[in-house]
Design a protein around this ligand. Structure first.
Ligand code: PEP
Ligand code: MG
Length: 840
């Protein structure tokens, strides 16, 4: 270690900039260490001190010198210059050379670099110092060779690779996905990612071994893009460090989000299985981590005898009897689901009931009976035929309805064949099935399985919706190999990452068990603390309400400590049915919501359904661009009765003052005034007071831009950051290839949020956020800073967000948030937020 002073002379000529002004968070947030930036006027880089050249980037744009006192001085010419692959750069030294202060290190062609790189701004930092103080000797223009700054601190020593061999360790590998390989920026991100954990991390490549704490040793590995490296972690948190390292190396865009969520979503990250072997990859339908013995339901087999001995009429009578008995069972399930307040589940079973009467299915089965098949074979064949037709359609949602057909197929067959249900797995099992029907899943839930793995299925299928609502980790589309796995063997389901680990060793099982226990304890701690209000350190109360879709979710949110309902998405009430819910049905559902939250406000959004969500009875014409079509409040133009019924139901709940109506997709004030007038008219018709508060969703950019006008007539705003981001960035929120780029912390979205808050403030109205950004704890200080006073989040996040609010000081959030609007992109915003308000 050294604590001696280091004098650095100017390595380049040009105006000086603080590192915080460099438009690259890796430098501006200090990940590369303290230092200075220069906007070069000449294409020559000189040594700022005497020392040894210990590293030169493959593409010659960066050089590191080690001073005799151990300080490692890193110089990087331009931004994103790694992409130039050496073009325009000419080296005057080699690795291992000793150089004196002021010696020429590198020449670069200013024009070539300026045209091809993002910027010419060049940085000089000290990468291995701790507690460093820095004194500038000049503040304006750097002149080559003139004293520039004095540094004083301690150099960080690289760890001895063998000193911790007896500690817990974890090993894995990762493919470096960063464009240009493991150059300065990814190396800094890797170092940052593993730093919080109590573990040492080494990267191994081509017989070289680098300590992840040392940027220079990482750079010296010379790892190229798409090359695989080995990772070794030692220490108490070796598993977490390994997961963070893999994440940092393999997911360049996900960097900040991964770091932010590491503490609370360890499900996918505590996993170090080697890629390929011992892992079946599927699609996450409901996130979470689970482990348990694999269990498969008994398969239903048809009798070998296909042809009837007793004739078509007798077979028809048997089939009718079985259909009737199935109808009775399904009706019981509907009643039961309604009693439990599970409207979504009840709606699914209602659709099943309708299938039993479906004329096409009945006609088909009759035809097969006439051809001489038994009732069981005829019913099976008729349903198979429909499944084949749906499977051939180019519509994912319709294809997923196959599982409903199969469900009804199996239910009737069980009665025909007199086969008892075998959905009785041991508690805590991982259930594997080809595909599961919603009713089978409902049966299954009673047995309290740990998780669900399906060979088929899709993430938007009913089973997935139900699994998510029940908080059951579930992965779909795992493929045929799932059904060949041995039963009763303990496996790990990392549903968040969409994978099933089929060969976990005992160390892995122990790690998962510990992880699950930690998660459960943490959830419980947060849940208890969440029963109290969320108040910032300087006394501002932030309402943390819940986003819900049905009554059971509302009850769960209440138990989790929600301060009310911030968004009831009423869509689920209208889907998977043969007709819209009646006014009376809606009224009792909304009333039940109010009763689930005594004394708290309940915000109910009017129907936000679009051309992409099939609601058969509405006969919506398919639209070429559903996101920009007849959705949200616009549906009220074409289906006024739907909106009227919903408003009437809302006007009649008691006490109506606790019920607030929220209007989706408003884009100008005329739409709001129209709905307000309609509420007055309907109230007069019903002879009730028009006492409903009316809020506007700010999710279309025009609404944010016209916020001041809207605020004059609205009671409150709720910002829908999901759509606001989609429309501002012109990026489809469901597009998997854009998922890494569509980020609501984009400065353009923040500007619109700030504008909405300013507009509301002018009329004394409050603003909440109900989009997913409200559930992102990195964003909490920003939203508070911009003027938000309510956050509506998923039930599972209430404790976490309340805890986050309590760490913050609202005045400081306000003061620091304004500057975020000037940052160039979402990544920079996230980096700045992490530096200002780290998620603990
Ligand atoms: C939003 O757009 O942010 C929002 C809350 O609405 P939804 O996600 O239901 O479109
Ligand atoms: Mg929306």
């Amino acid at each position: 270690m050294s604590t001696r002073e280091l004098l650095l002379t100017a390595p380049l000529a040009g105006p000086l900039l603080a590192l915080t002004d460099v438009p690259d968070p890796v430098f501006s947030e200090g990940l590369m260490g303290p230092g200075i930036a220069i906007d070069p006027l000449e294409g020559q880089l000189f040594a700022p001190c005497a020392g040894e050249v210990i590293q030169i980037a493959r593409s010659a744009h960066a050089i590191t010198l080690r001073h005799d006192d151990g300080y490692e001085v890193f110089m990087h010419v331009g931004l994103d210059t790694v992409q130039l692959k050496g073009q325009g750069f000419q080296l005057d030294v080699h690795e291992g050379d000793r150089v004196s202060a002021g010696q020429l290190l590198l020449r670069f062609d200013l024009d070539t670099v300026a045209q091809a790189a993002r910027s010419l701004i060049s940085m000089m930092t000290v990468t291995n110092a701790e507690g460093l103080s820095m004194k500038m000797l000049t503040t304006r223009q750097a002149r080559v060779g003139e004293p520039l700054l004095i540094l004083q601190g301690q150099t960080r020593l690289a760890t001895d690779p063998d000193s911790s061999l007896s500690e817990p360790h974890a090993e894995g590998s990762a493919m470096v996905a960063h464009s240009g390989g493991l150059h300065a920026r990814p190396a800094a991100l890797l170092r940052e990612a593993v730093q919080p954990f109590s573990a040492t991390t080494h990267i191994l490549h081509n017989h070289l071994r680098a300590d992840a704490a040392s940027l220079v040793s990482l750079l010296k590995l010379g790892v190229k893009e798409q090359q695989r490296v080995m990772i070794e972690c030692r220490g108490q948190q070796a598993v977490q460090a390994l997961a963070a390292a893999i994440q940092a190396l393999e997911h360049p865009a996900a960097r900040v989000r991964a770091a932010a969520s590491l503490a609370l979503v360890p499900a996918s990250l505590s996993t170090p299985p080697k890629h390929g072997e011992g892992v079946i990859q599927g699609i996450c339908a409901s996130p979470g981590l689970a482990m348990g013995p694999l269990w498969k339901p008994e398969a239903l087999t048809l009798p070998a005898e296909r042809h009837s001995r007793q004739g078509a009429a007798a077979e028809q009578a048997e089939l009718d009897k079985a259909l009737q008995a199935t109808g009775v069972l399904i009706q019981q399930r509907i009643d039961e689901a309604q009693r439990r307040g599970q409207d979504a589940e009840a709606a699914i079973f209602t659709a099943h009931l309708a299938l039993l009467d479906d004329p096409e299915l009945l006609q088909d089965s009759q035809q097969y009976l006439n051809d001489g098949l038994t009732a069981a074979h005829a019913w099976h064949a008729a349903l198979e035929r429909q499944c084949q037709i749906l499977a051939g359609l180019d519509n994912l949602l319709l294809r997923e309805r196959i599982s409903d057909l199969r469900d009804v197929q199996r239910q009737v067959l069980r009665i025909l064949l007199n086969v008892q249900l075998t959905f009785d797995p041991p508690r805590g099992a991982l259930v594997a099935a080809d595909d599961l029907s919603p009713s089978e899943l409902t049966n299954l839930l009673d047995a309290q399985p740990a998780g669900l793995c399906l060979a088929g299925g899709g993430a938007t299928s009913h089973v997935s919706i139900l699994a998510r609502a029940a908080g059951l980790p579930c992965v779909v589309a795992l493929g045929e190999s799932l059904m060949h796995l041995e039963v009763n063997v303990p496996l790990v389901l990392d549903a968040s990452a969409g994978r099933l680990e089929t060969a976990p060793d005992s160390a892995r099982l122990t790690a998962v068990e510990l992880e699950l226990r930690t998660q459960a304890k943490q959830r419980e701690r947060l849940r208890q603390a969440a029963q109290d209000a969320a108040i910032t350190r300087d006394g501002q109360t932030i309402e943390v309400a819940a986003n819900v879709s049905h009554l059971a979710e509302a009850r769960r949110a209440q138990a989790e400590g929600a301060d009310g309902i911030g968004l009831l998405r009423t869509e689920l009430l209208f889907m998977d049915r043969t007709q819209a819910p009646t006014q009376q049905e809606q009224r009792s559902t909304y009333q039940a919501m109010l009763e689930a939250f005594p004394d708290r406000p309940v915000i109910i959004r009017t129907l936000d359904i679009g051309g992409d969500k099939p609601v058969d009875y509405l006969s919506l014409t398919p639209e070429p661009n559903p996101a920009l079509g007849l959705r949200g409040i616009r549906l009220g133009w074409t289906h006024p009765q739907l909106l009227d019924d919903q408003l009437k139901a809302l006007l009649q709940v008691q006490p109506v003052q606790r019920c607030r109506v929220l209007l989706p997709m408003i884009s100008e004030v005329g739409e709001l005034l129209q709905v307000r007038q309609r509420i007055r008219d309907l109230a007069a018709e019903l002879n009730v007071p028009p006492a409903l508060e009316v809020g506007v969703m700010i999710e279309v950019p025009s609404a944010a831009l016209l916020a001041e006008q809207l605020a004059a007539h609205a009671d409150f705003f709720s910002i829908g950051t999901n759509d606001l981001t989609q429309y501002t960035l012109a990026m489809d929120r469901c597009h998997s290839d854009l998922a890494a780029h569509i980020d609501a912390l984009h400065p353009s979205v923040l500007r619109l949020i700030a504008q909405a808050c300013a507009g509301a403030r002018r009329h004394g109205k409050w603003v909440g956020v109900c989009g997913d950004l409200a559930s992102d704890s990195l964003a909490t200080p920003v939203l508070i800073g911009l003027g938000i006073s309510e956050l509506s989040v998923g039930a599972a996040r209430i404790g976490e967000i309340k805890a986050r609010v309590r760490q913050l000081e609202a005045a400081q959030c306000r003061q620091a948030s304004a500057a975020l609007l000037d940052l160039p992109n979402a990544q920079a915003v996230r980096a700045r937020c992490e530096a200002l308000w780290p998620v603990l």
